[in-house]
Design a protein around this ligand. Structure first.
Ligand code: IVH
Length: 688
């Protein structure tokens, strides 16, 4: 590059590696925006984009108008008519942590000539992961829907937006401007997305990669009948053109008004006036993220007052008055170092990919589950492959895709073992089952260890202090082998272990002693019978009352228990038919494990017999399924919707239409604390 900088950038030669970066970004852009088939996770794309931006910052004279940083999206797909946005649809800058967020606020204060203590009101909302669209209403009638496209020119999708139930064809109420452009995100609910993929697989069609691409693919259909079948929603987050009428003076009030006019807005929209409240919002939404029924990739903070927004203006493609707060990506690319096989509690052999460590979903991940042998085949995974790893919330990381385009000659086939890697017993795979199992049962150290962890866990015998690590040590030192060995541990045994002080040993022994008094439901669950979870164990305990009656019951009798189908019944009957399992139970009884047994109550005698309950909203102290089991135990039926027949509605946080209907019908409503009290009064033992 010459020292005397020419004004004409075209005389600059772009280094070859930067040209390569352009091409890569363009290719990903095309796949993402035009074909709706991204081949890499967003974070990977962001990284490429960031490298290019960094180079351009160092070489501002060399920025080509063709650089991917100089435009927002890609060209619209042909086949749709084009729409020129009267006001461009812009993008957002990003921040990634609270320091960057506070720098963003400081920049705004400075630009507005305010000192650092002055408060500015911000609207905070989730950043929905879908596709940006614009809706035009004239005299309250929906006349046009358009995609964002490259920000200036989008595609006409009027025929498709009309099929989405959350988009009103005619605005409600009155007072709206004669011409009103509403902007927002069209997205697909996670549950609808899963359903759609199950359906697609059934008919041999391709699966969509994620809900966002499914939404993008659905909205850009030439045939609106296809769009209509897709579970899409739209939430509004701003306005564009406003002519022949007024809107409020701030963003928050405008969105509330749009909501009154019949448009959907996000329920987590709030306004805040200080940095702490912004950070609290981030913390709350980050915790909620995996439970939301739709995907969000971050939050958006916007200066609330329009007059201030106007003073702040825009810089290239993004407003200065707003920023996206990006959450850690839930997907990342890494390499498979090896595939190993783990043995679970029921002997299930799970292949686990050992990965080159990668930061995903906020943590460093070096292992990811591959579920079963079929999954390896489905993914076409080989050792040495580049893969996409997904981790959301506290869910176990999993390999979701292999980047076949990037496969080299240095890959090798996954070798599936024929014998258990722990005890060398044969591996069995029942016809039609995806899971292969070690046939060693409790002779296999891995199964024994997992069974013990399960036995001591919170929902089973609840032996606080006897966790994973300690069990690992006790098993490897051969101090514990069978369940009842737990009850023969001595203080002498324990204090010799590393990191076990006398006090902790005493405490653990006291807990072991105390928890010998248990319940029949916990005991059944603790046995670790295949497919017998907490709820099934409770049902068995309630309906039989005595362990011996369960042991003696045949499959025919077992299927009469609620939630027990033929497969579960078979597992239960098989478990109790095995002599060594009965020996385990005898040994535990001999060691002093006891539980109250009593004649089960007749269903008709139960306190809530014949009553119909409905659960709605988010229960914070227990899951809905747990609440349902409690109610069923008391004899109630739990229905999904409120009607005149409903006797009572239990309403958790953010309860909506069901609560309203209950109030309209004057049906009894219990809040969560009232419900908990009610359960206690009826003798339900809660461990919340
Ligand atoms: S405001 C000028 N608010 O994020 C401000 N955008 O990177 C424009 N998005 O293209 C956008 N949720 O597709 C805004 N609550 C929200 C959003 C949101 C999702 C998307 C939108 C936009 C992109 C910006």
């Amino acid at each position: 590059m010459s020292a005397d900088t020419p004004s004409n950038t075209s005389s600059f030669s772009i280094p070859e590696d930067i040209q390569h970066l352009y091409d890569q970004i363009e290719l990903h852009n095309y796949r993402y925006h035009v074909l709706d088939e991204p081949s890499v996770p967003d974070a990977h794309y962001d990284q490429l984009f960031k490298s290019l931006k960094a180079w351009e910052l160092q070489n501002p004279q060399a920025v080509s108008p063709q650089s991917p940083t100089q435009r927002v999206g890609a060209q619209p797909k042909s086949g749709f008519s084009q729409i020129t946005h009267e006001m461009p649809m812009l993008s957002l800058d990003n921040v990634f942590d609270s320091d960057e967020l506070s720098d963003f606020v400081t920049r705004i204060q400075e630009r507005l000539g305010l000192n650092s203590d002055s408060s500015i009101e911000f609207a905070c909302e989730p950043k929905l992961d879908g596709i940006a669209v614009s809706l035009l209403y004239e005299d309250g009638i929906l006349v046009r829907g358009a995609t964002r496209g490259d920000g200036s020119i989008g595609e006409d999708i009027t025929h498709n937006v009309r099929t989405i139930d959350s988009i009103p064809l005619k605005l409600l109420g009155s007072g709206y401007p004669q011409r009103l452009e509403v902007r927002g995100e069209i997205y697909m609910l996670k549950a609808g997305f899963e359903q759609m993929n199950i359906q697609a697989e059934k008919v041999g069609e391709k699966r969509f990669v994620n809900p966002r691409n499914a939404a993008a693919g659905s909205i850009r259909q030439l045939d609106p009948r296809i769009t209509a079948k897709r579970p899409l929603e739209m939430c509004c987050y701003s306005v564009g053109i406003v002519e022949g009428g007024e809107i409020p003076e701030d963003h928050f009030a405008t969105l509330k008004l749009l909501n009154e006019w019949g448009l959907k807005i996000n329920p987590y929209l709030i306004k805040v006036s200080d940095t702490q409240a912004q950070i609290d919002y981030v913390t709350k939404m980050q915790a909620l993220r995996s439970e939301l029924p739709y995907e969000i990739d971050g939050l958006v903070f916007k200066v609330n007052r329009y007059s201030l927004q106007q003073r702040l203006g825009f810089i290239s493609r993004a407003p200065r008055w707003a920023t996206a707060y990006k959450f850690p990506a839930e997907e990342a690319v890494t390499t498979v170092d090896n595939v190993e096989f783990q043995v679970g509690r029921t002997g299930a052999i799970t292949p686990v990919a050992r990965l080159v460590p990668v930061f995903v979903g906020g943590v460093t991940v070096s292992n990811a589950t591959l579920h079963n042998m079929d999954e390896i085949e489905r993914l076409d995974l080989k050792v040495g492959d580049s893969v996409v790893v997904h981790r959301a919330g506290d869910v176990i990381p999993k390999v979701v895709r292999v980047l076949l385009d990037e496969r080299t000659d240095n890959v090798s086939e996954v070798v599936v073992p024929t014998a258990c890697p722990i005890c060398e017993s044969d591996i069995e795979r029942i016809e039609g089952e995806a899971i292969a199992r070690c046939s060693g049962g409790l002779t296999c150290a891995a199964q024994r260890k997992e069974a013990l962890i399960h036995y001591a866990s919170k929902k089973a015998l609840d032996i606080d202090g006897l966790g994973d690590k300690l069990i690992d040590t006790l098993v490897s030192k051969e101090l514990v082998e069978k369940f009842d060995d737990i009850y023969h541990l001595s203080k002498n045994n324990l204090v010799r272990l590393e990191r076990m002080a006398e006090k902790s040993a005493d405490k653990l022994l006291a807990t072991i002693e105390r928890t010998k008094q248990t319940t029949l439901a916990r005991f059944i669950y603790a046995l670790g019978i295949r497919e017998v979870g907490e709820a099934t164990a409770r049902n068995l305990a309630t309906e039989f009352g005595f362990l011996n009656r369960i042991i003696e019951a045949d499959e025919e009798r077992l299927v009469q228990v609620s939630d027990v189908g033929p497969i579960v019944a078979k597992h239960i009957a098989r478990f109790f038919a095995q002599a060594h399992n009965l020996e385990v139970i005898e040994a535990l009884r001999a060691a002093g494990v006891t539980w109250p047994e009593a004649e089960p109550l007749d269903v008709g005698e139960l306190p809530l017999a014949g009553k119909i309950y409905v659960l709605t909203g988010t229960l914070e102290q227990m899951g809905r399924s747990e609440a349902k089991v409690f109610l069923q135990e008391l004899g109630a039926k739990v229905a999904g919707s409120v009607s005149k027949k409903t006797d009572c509605v239990v309403a958790g946080a953010a309860a909506g239409s069901k609560l309203k209907k209950a109030q309209d019908l004057e049906i009894e409503v219990l809040t969560e604390p009232e419900f908990i009290e009610f359960l206690k009064v009826h003798g339900v033992v809660l461990d919340l």
